[in-house]
Design a protein around this ligand. Structure first.
Ligand code: NZQ
Ligand code: ZN
Length: 387
């Protein structure tokens, strides 16, 4: 078991109606608040009006139109400008992972004198950040319980995962009823994203029975509850369990003591989203089974056997490669069954830039150090197989 040093300082307030805690949460943080949100779903939900009503005593500035795969320019730059101009005290992010991630970059940029890209690109490490509170409306990324954000810069085809301990939200307000309105496509993509977060931590060496058990339970819960939520989007129990599963997904708690895995599917997917602006979870659903097939060998087969037997109930008496291949097939079939696209062509990606993306990934993601190392040639093969 590996050494670790772990802290997650974020307060979680979970359940129906917990937004009533918002004034009490915001008060100690200061009076001037930047309210950040996306393209309008929070207005349809009535959340925008509710927030304004609850924070009537505060001075509210706004940054709207934060796009999926949030962009450095204009969203991060505009947010930083507003914070500096009005000496904003704290950020309230209301939305999905994109709104949260963008808000994290703004929070760090607001406390930095230079170009915020210096921070996102790790040229300079953040010394401070504005406090962030969020009200989550989409279960997927786990951004509400981690200190990472993923920011895209269109002109350089970069999509960078930026992690800094200053960026843990102070508090995340998690009311599963806000996710009732999430569309089928985003519900399914959120499931694939959260499942892949678990897999990125499960497929590695030096794991523990405890972590394996957590991960297997996560995967089973995500699959079962996504099916229920797709059938009945207002099933509170299912939406609530999905929200909790996703919250646990990305802050490392599922892999304490495990050796590092390298997060290979995320490394590859970020390039797909950077070049083609596709939905993160859809890219992951397409890549995951191809990556699994590609890395299956004598070193990794034991992990696939455990995954196949404990997550999909495959007969443990079968030959180990038969179990592993069945497990990969079940993974593919599950994603397909919840309506996810399973080929890059379905999300508008053809073969024209495969080599260029594989090179970008190989240079920027360090996947040759992953649990199952990937060279540029391996990455090209996985992307080609995904077409
Ligand atoms: O823009 P609005 O109007 O809010 O609409 C959004 C958006 O169109 C909509 N939506 C959100 N809540 C809704 C809703 N529609 C109806 N009802 C609701 N209650 O859903 C669309 C997608 O939103 P987005 O925030 O982009 O989705 P998600 O939460 O999946 O976030 C994806 C982003 O997070 C990054 C991804 O790369 C991607 O950029 N990730 C962040 C991570 C992190 N910080 O730890 C880890 C992940 O691996 C991931 O990379
Ligand atoms: Zn993800």
């Amino acid at each position: 078991m590996q050494n670790f040093d772990y802290q997650t300082p974020t307060r979680l307030i979970f359940g129906k109606g917990v937004i009533s805690n918002l004034p009490e949460v915001m008060k100690p943080l200061g009076k001037r608040i930047l309210l950040t949100y996306g393209s309008g779903s929070i207005k349809k939900l009535g959340l925008y009006d509710k927030v304004k009503e609850l924070l009537a005593e505060f001075e509210i500035y706004e940054l709207s139109d934060i796009q999926p795969n949030p962009k450095y320019d204009p969203s991060v730059l505009d947010g930083v400008r507003i914070c500096k101009q009005h000496a904003v005290d704290a950020i309230l992010a209301v939305g999905g992972g994109s709104v949260l991630d963008c808000s994290k970059a703004i929070a760090a940029g607001a406390k930095y004198d230079g170009d915020p890209w210096d921070l996102i690109s790790y040229k300079v490490s953040a010394k401070d950040a504005l406090p962030i509170v969020d009200i989550l409306t989409l279960a997927a990324t786990g951004s509400e319980y981690d200190c990472g954000g993923v920011i895209s810069r269109t002109e350089t085809n970069d999509k960078i995962g930026y992690v800094d301990p200053h960026l843990f939200p102070v508090c995340s307000i998690l009311d599963p009823t806000y996710t009732f309105s999430v569309l089928r496509k985003q519900t399914a993509a959120g499931c694939a994203d959260a499942m892949n977060h678990v897999m990125e931590q499960y497929f590695t060496e030096d794991t523990t029975l405890l972590n394996d058990g957590f991960c297997e339970a996560e995967l089973k819960s995500l699959m079962t509850n996504t099916k229920i939520a797709l059938e009945n989007p207002e099933d509170y129990r299912a939406r609530a369990e999905l929200m909790l599963c996703c919250t646990y997904g990305c802050n490392g708690i599922l892999a304490l003591g495990n050796s590092a895995s390298g997060w290979p599917c995320h490394g590859m997917e970020h390039a797909l989203s950077a070049y083609y602006d596709i939905t993160h979870g859809e890219g992951l659903a397409i890549l995951t089974p191809r990556w699994m097939k590609h890395i299956l060998n004598d070193k990794t087969v034991g992990r696939f056997v455990k995954y196949g037997v404990n997550v999909f109930g495959i007969d443990e008496n079968l030959d180990k490669y038969e179990i592993a291949n069945k497990a990969i097939e079940e993974t593919y079939k599950f994603f397909e069954s919840i309506g996810l696209p399973m080929h890059l062509k379905e999300v508008g990606i053809d073969e024209s830039r495969i080599e260029e993306m594989a090179h970008h990934i190989a240079v920027n993601e360090g996947l040759e150090n992953a649990y199952a190392p990937l060279t540029e040639k391996d990455i090209t093969a996985i992307l080609r197989d995904s077409l």
